[in-house]
Every structure is written in structure tokens, then in C-alpha cells.
Ligand binder design. Structure first.
Ligand SMILES: [Zn+2]
Length: 437
């Protein structure tokens, strides 16, 4: 009896103690919103960010405050620094651990209530782990062999298989069709991006209502671009962004490369050389296996990829290159298609979220180099975007930024899909028109 009791306690602890530990590390971390009114204040804050090694979630601008996650030990240093420089700030969340506990509770309750077990597919009421998505991709290919091929593209730093789907009515043989490429979860903590790719897969394979999207277009969809980081956000550190490369560690400190700074276009020009930074660019372009895998897919299919979507969160932005503020030669077309995609989403989005804003990433937000979509654009892919999906906002939930309320999961998939379809149809027309000449 006692042995059985101990076993129950052990099982409970394995389930519960690790949960405690996961959120415990953020106990006392606070979220600040900072009003940066002038360029001087912006540079002062950038220096403070670097010195205190802060995790900036939004850099602010266009009337929006900067948002920054601050560990307990750095809070007074930050407040003193801002006070001395006359910069206004607001404490948005006193203790983010409470929000993490709430997200976990809401998601696990939603998973327990899920009643779609009789129907094939991954339900849109919770956020699925790597293993479930991985198995789902394999199962899809076996159930729909004439439409879906699953490809193992290579392994992550920790050895996880990175899979993508090829969805095609013509087995990718009809070169008169363009390819639309999409990926999500390059940044580990951006959980709400996964439903966007899973929703697209559902509408292209399981619940097809618009045949033209399959007749006229081939699709490549890679749902989990950074599987090690993603699993780490579930098991150890919810706000982890980078991959899990350990080769750069300083003693026991700091690891991981920002995969969205590791691509071979303008590499290292506007990113960090410090492994402790959230934007650490790695030892060279494509030093990380996860980035090299995406490079290889893009190179293999680049001449047919007309639209390239790298899905991130958060902020309701539709961004295009280049990260140094220079526009590609077809910048006006990229902007116009971006606006059409944004309008398609805005037409069905929840009123509590703001409209999408479309523009060049450096001009709207901040300079960045070595990004995935800039690399795709630089290869000659006509339309490359970084979607930043909305943060969940409504009147009763206090979840912020990267955290996901289960109520928003299906909506995030649905509304993003409206934008993707708009862009995909434009891509089909423009690819055909160009190749007729
Ligand atoms: Zn991101």
C-alpha cells in the first residue's frame, strides 16, 4: 500500500513538480511598458536593454510603448535608469508567473474538454506539442497519399526530426503551378503561430472547400521550424525564443541562437554577437541546422516559390524586407499584396485586436539582419513576408503577449487563413502571367 502511495506521489510530482519549476523561474519577473518619445530616449533605452540584458518584446514606435520583460533582480536598476533619464513607464504585469499559471490552467482545461476525438485531425482548442504534430503529419501523408507527402528535412540540434508537408494534386510535377511556402514556430515561444499552419493544412487536406487553392497551387508547409526551442518552452522556460545550441555557452551561462538572425543575407549586420542576447546570430550564416534546413528547402524549390510566409507573433504586423530599410525592386507590389492580405484578415478579426499594419520591417519596427524572409526575398522569391499574428486581447483575459488563451486558437487559424488565401491567389495569377511571356 505504502509503495503504491509513493508511486502515486511520484507520478503526481513528475506531472506537477516540473510544472512548478517551469513557471517558478519567472516568479517576480515583471512586464513594463515604456514610453519612448524621442530618438535620444530610444538610444538610452537600447543601451539599458543591452546592459541589463533585457528581453524586449516590442520596441515601440508609432504611438505604441515598448514592452519589456524584466527579471526581479533587474527591476530597480531599470526603474532607476528610466527615472534618471525622465522616461515614463507603466508596470503592466507585476508578476508574470501568475499569467503563466493561468495560461497553463486554461490550456489544460481546454485539452481535457476536447470532444473531437471521433474526427481525424488536431483540434483547435489547445496548443499541441511536437510529438503530436509530428505524428499528425505522418498520419496525414498515409491517409491522403495522392495529395500529401511528408518529408523529413533533417534534424535539429538536439536531434528532433524537422518535417514538412508537400501538398499537391499533381505530385509537384506540374511546373506551371507556383508554390506557396509557409512555416511557423521559428521562434519557440510564439505558440499562437502553430494553429495558423495547422489550420491551413486542415483546409487544404481534410476540409477542402476551395478547390482552386489546390488546382492552381502547390504548397509546402513546415509547422515546427524550431522543435528544440519549442519543446523547451513547454518543459522548462515558456519565454524561450532561440534554438537550443549549447556550443556557445560561457561556462554554464547563455545558450541558443536566434534562428531569425542566422540566415545568409546581410548576416551579422544588425544582430547581436553576444550569446546572451535574444538576437544572437550564431558563429556564421547557417551555422544552425534548423536554419540550414530551411535554406535547403528554399534553394530546392525557390524557382517556383511565389509566396513565402514566415509566421511569428505578436503585434498584428505584416512585414517585408529588407531589414536595413532598403526596398526590393518590386517593393510596391509587395506592399500592395500585403495590404490585400491584411484587409482580408481585418475583415474577420476580433474587434478587440487592432488592424494589421503593413510595411518594411526596418521602417516600421527596427533594423534586423539574417532573417528568413529577407533571405527568401534575396533569392528572387517575389513575395516574402513575416506575419506577426495578434496578441490575444479582450476584456476578461489578462494574458499578455506570447501567451495563448484557448478561446483564440481557432480564430487565429481562421483569420490568418483569410490573408494567406488572398496572397496565394495573387501569387497563382502573377506566376502564371509571368510564365506565359
Ligand atoms: Zn518571432
Amino acid at each position: 500500500m505504502k509503495a503504491k502511495m509513493n508511486k502515486i506521489l511520484l507520478v503526481l510530482c513528475l506531472a506537477f513538480c516540473s510544472v512548478l519549476a517551469k513557471n517558478e523561474i519567472y516568479d517576480g519577473h515583471a512586464l513594463y511598458q515604456i514610453d519612448l518619445q524621442t530618438a535620444e530616449q530610444g538610444s538610452f533605452f537600447a543601451e539599458l536593454e543591452h546592459r541589463l540584458n533585457l528581453d524586449v518584446w516590442a520596441h515601440g514606435g508609432l504611438g505604441d510603448p515598448a514592452t519589456v520583460l524584466v527579471p526581479k533582480a533587474a527591476r530597480s536598476l531599470l526603474q532607476d535608469g528610466l527615472g534618471a533619464a525622465g522616461i515614463g513607464y507603466r508596470l503592466a504585469v507585476e508578476n508574470v508567473k501568475e499569467e503563466l499559471d493561468l495560461e497553463e490552467k486554461l490550456l489544460s482545461e481546454a485539452a481535457a474538454k476536447s470532444n473531437r476525438t471521433s474526427r481525424f485531425g488536431l483540434p483547435f482548442d489547445t496548443i499541441h506539442r511536437y510529438a503530436a504534430v509530428d505524428a499528425y503529419l505522418v498520419e496525414l501523408a498515409s491517409r491522403y497519399p495522392n495529395l500529401v507527402t511528408v518529408v523529413s528535412a533533417g534534424r535539429s540540434f538536439e536531434g528532433r526530426d524537422i518535417k514538412y508537408l508537400k501538398i499537391s494534386t499533381t505530385n509537384f510535377q506540374d511546373r506551371s503551378k507556383p508554390i506557396v511556402y509557409m512555416q511557423s514556430l521559428l521562434h519557440a515561444r510564439e505558440w499562437v503561430t502553430l494553429p495558423a499552419t495547422l489550420y491551413a493544412i486542415e483546409k487544404l487536406v481534410i476540409d477542402v472547400q476551395e478547390q482552386d487553392l489546390l488546382q492552381n497551387i502547390d504548397w509546402i508547409i513546415l509547422p515546427i521550424a524550431n522543435p528544440d526551442g519549442y519543446e523547451f518552452t513547454h518543459t522548462s522556460s515558456r519565454y524561450w525564443r532561440k534554438n537550443r545550441a549549447t556550443g556557445y555557452m560561457i561556462g554554464n551561462w547563455c545558450s541558443g541562437v536566434d534562428l531569425n538572425r542566422n540566415f545568409g543575407f546581410q548576416w551579422s549586420e544588425a544582430s547581436s554577437a553576444s550569446v546572451c542576447s535574444e538576437t544572437f546570430h550564431g558563429s556564421s550564416a547557417f551555422s544552425e541546422p534548423e536554419a540550414a534546413i530551411i535554406r535547403d528547402i528554399t534553394l530546392a524549390y525557390g524557382d517556383r516559390i511565389e509566396l513565402f510566409l514566415d509566421i511569428h507573433s505578436f503585434g498584428s504586423w505584416m512585414l517585408y524586407g529588407y531589414g536595413d530599410g532598403q526596398l526590393p525592386p518590386n517593393g510596391l507590389i509587395i506592399h500592395m499584396v500585403g495590404v490585400r492580405m491584411a484587409q482580408a484578415i481585418d475583415a474577420v478579426k476580433w474587434p478587440s485586436n487592432r488592424n494589421y499594419v503593413v510595411g518594411n520591417s526596418a521602417l516600421l519596427l527596427y533594423p534586423a539582419s539574417g532573417t528568413t524572409s529577407d533571405y527568401a526575398q534575396s533569392l528572387g522569391i517575389p513575395l516574402a513576408y513575416t506575419y506577426e499574428l495578434p496578441a490575444y486581447r479582450n476584456n476578461y483575459s489578462t494574458l499578455n503577449g506570447f501567451l495563448v488563451d484557448p478561446d483564440f486558437i481557432e480564430q487565429a487559424g481562421f483569420e490568418t487563413w483569410q490573408g494567406i488565401k488572398e496572397g496565394a491567389r495573387y501569387a497563382a495569377d502573377s506566376y502564371r502571367a509571368r510564365n506565359k511571356k
